[in-house]
Design a binder for this molecule. Structure first.
Ligand SMILES: Cc1cc2nc3c(=O)[nH]c(=O)nc-3n(C[C@H](O)[C@H](O)[C@H](O)COP(=O)(O)OP(=O)(O)OC[C@H]3O[C@@H](n4cnc5c(N)ncnc54)[C@H](O)[C@@H]3O)c2cc1C
Length: 416
C-alpha cells in the first residue's frame, strides 16, 4: 500500500486522464453502436470487461478500489473530463459539512487536519489523487448513453463504442439532474431563475431580493452566502436541524462524530426500525440542516416563508399566506438521479432503483453505489460510501467472471 503522498508528491502525480491515455489498463474498442440493434447481434469485435462501473465520483472510485483489491478486472467510465468535477462545479464558498476525519475513502485518509472542513476544491483534488494513487482504471469523457441486457450480461453504450460486461455498477449518484417544480414554468420570462447546481457566487445574482425556493441544506447554505449582498427570502418547510454547532469546539471534537458515525452510519440504517422510519421521512422532507441553525438565519437577516404555491407576476404566494415580491429565484429543490439511460426493468415509479443494499432486485449482475439510503443515511456521504462499496465488491467477486477479458492488466498490483 503506498504511503500518503506529500503535497509535492501529489502535485507531481500524473493526471488520471494521462494514466488512462497511456493505455496502462485500457483498450478501447472503436465500434460505433446502433441504438436499435444489440451490439452482440452486430457481431462486432467488442471490448469486454468483467465489470463496468459507471461514475468516477467517490462512490465509483470506492467500488473500483475494492474490486481492485479483490483482483476483479474492471473499468470506470465517467462523462466528466476531470475526476472531482462534480465537487469543483459546486458553488465557490462551499466547504464540506463533514470534517476531514470523515472525508477520506478506504485506504487513503483525507490529507488535512482531522477537524478541518475541506473546501469543495480540496475534495475534488483528493478524489483525483485517490484515483492516481491506486491507479484506478478510470476512463474520462465517456458518458454512458444506454445500459441494456445482452447475452454476455450487459451492453454499456458510450459515444465511442460499446462495451460488454458481466456486471455493472451504477455509481452515478442521486444528484445528477436538477429537480425543478412545474410552477417554475409560470414565472415571468424576464425574471432570472437558476437551479442551485448553477449557483456559483453572489455576484452572479441580480441586485435586489432573491427568493430561494427549498429550505434544505443547499438552500440554507446559499441563503447564508447571499445574505451579505442581497435581500434573501428562504421559502420551504422546516426540515429540522442538527441541534449544535458542528464547527464549534464540542461539535468538532465530539458531537459531529456522534451524528455522522453514530446516527447516520450505525443507527439510521435499513436494519433498524428507526432507520427505516427516517428513510421514508427523508423521501418526503430531505435531510435535516447540518451546518445552519434557525438563529443564524435571523442574525443574517434571512427571512423565512412557507412553501411556494404559485406566482403572481413578481410575487410569490406561500402556504403560510405570505406574498413575497422578488427580483430573482434560485431553485434549491434538489436533484433526481436521471437514470433515463438505464434500459432495464429496475426503476420504480419515482425513477429510483429497486434494490436491496445496492443489489438490483430484478436484474442479476447489476449493482448501485452511492444512492440515497442504500444502506444507511451515510450511504451518500464520503464517510459511508466505503462500507456499501465493499459489500458490492464482495457480491461481484463472488460471481463468475466473463470467460475472456482482454483488457485485464496482468501486472496489476493487489491492494492489501
Ligand atoms: C451541495 C452538496 C454538498 C455536499 N456536502 C457533503 C459533505 O460535506 N460531506 C459528505 O459526506 N457528503 C456531502 N454531499 C453528498 C455527497 O458526498 C456528494 O453529493 C458526492 O458528490 C456524491 O458522490 P457520488 O460519487 O455518489 O456522486 P457524484 O459525485 O455525483 O459522481 C457521480 C459521477 O458519475 C458521473 N456520471 C453520471 N451519469 C453518468 C453517465 N451516464 N455516464 C458516465 N458518467 C456519469 C458524473 O460525471 C460524476 O462524476 C454533498 C452533496 C451536495 C449536493
Amino acid at each position: 500500500m503506498p504511503a500518503a503522498p506529500s503535497n509535492t508528491a501529489r502535485a507531481k502525480a500524473p493526471h488520471p486522464a494521462d494514466l488512462i491515455e497511456a493505455g496502462r489498463a485500457l483498450n478501447t474498442a472503436r465500434t460505433a453502436f446502433s441504438d436499435k440493434t444489440s451490439i452482440s447481434e452486430q457481431g462486432a469485435d467488442l471490448e469486454r470487461h468483467n465489470t463496468v462501473i459507471i461514475g468516477a465520483g467517490q462512490a465509483g472510485l470506492s467500488v473500483s478500489y475494492h474490486l481492485k483489491s479483490r483482483g476483479v478486472g474492471h473499468i470506470v467510465l465517467d462523462s466528466a473530463n476531470r475526476i472531482g468535477d462534480t465537487w469543483r462545479n459546486r458553488w465557490d464558498s462551499l466547504r464540506l459539512f463533514t470534517p476531514a476525519k470523515f472525508d477520506g475513502l478506504d485506504g487513503f485518509p483525507f490529507p488535512a487536519g482531522k477537524d478541518e472542513f475541506p473546501t469543495k476544491d480540496q475534495m475534488a483534488d483528493y478524489l483525483e489523487g485517490y484515483a492516481a494513487r491506486f491507479e484506478l482504471p478510470v476512463r474520462l469523457n465517456s458518458p454512458v448513453r444506454k445500459l441494456r441486457r445482452c447475452e454476455a450480461g450487459f451492453e454499456v453504450l458510450t459515444e465511442k463504442g460499446a462495451i460488454l460486461a458481466k456486471h455493472v455498477v451504477v455509481a452515478a449518484a442521486s444528484y445528477q439532474k436538477p429537480r425543478i417544480p412545474p410552477i417554475a414554468s409560470s414565472l415571468d420570462s424576464a425574471i432570472s431563475q437558476i437551479h442551485s447546481r448553477d449557483y456559483k457566487a453572489p455576484k452572479q445574482i441580480p441586485e435586489g431580493r432573491v427568493l430561494l425556493v427549498g429550505a434544505g441544506n443547499s438552500g440554507a447554505e446559499i441563503a447564508m452566502d447571499l445574505a451579505k449582498t442581497h435581500d434573501v427570502v428562504l421559502a420551504g418547510r422546516d426540515v429540522g436541524h442538527v441541534p449544535f454547532d458542528i464547527s464549534g469546539f464540542m461539535g468538532r471534537k465530539m458531537l459531529v462524530r456522534l451524528v455522522i458515525r453514530g446516527m447516520f452510519h450505525h443507527v439510521l440504517t435499513m436494519r433498524t426500525p428507526m432507520g427505516r422510519k427516517f428513510r421514508s421521512k427523508m423521501h418526503d422532507r430531505g435531510m435535516p440542516l447540518i451546518r445552519t441553525r434557525p438563529g443564524q438565519f435571523e442574525r443574517a437577516g434571512v427571512r423565512r416563508v412557507g412553501r411556494i404555491l404559485s406566482f403572481d407576476g413578481d410575487t410569490a404566494v406561500s402556504d403560510s399566506g405570505d406574498r413575497t415580491r422578488f427580483d430573482s429565484v434560485i431553485w434549491c429543490t434538489g436533484y433526481h438521479s436521471g437514470f433515463d439511460w438505464i434500459d432495464l426493468p429496475v426503476l420504480d415509479e419515482r425513477g429510483a432503483p429497486r434494490h436491496r443494499f445496492g443489489k438490483a432486485s430484478d436484474v442479476d449482475g447489476l449493482y448501485f453505489a452511492g444512492i440515497h439510503f442504500q444502506y444507511a443515511v451515510s450511504s451518500t456521504m464520503v464517510a459511508g460510501v466505503g462500507r456499501d462499496a465493499r459489500r458490492v465488491a464482495d457480491w461481484v467477486a463472488a460471481r463468475p467472471a466473463l470467460s475472456s477479458s482482454p483488457t485485464l492488466n496482468p501486472n496489476r498490483r493487489k491492494i492489501s
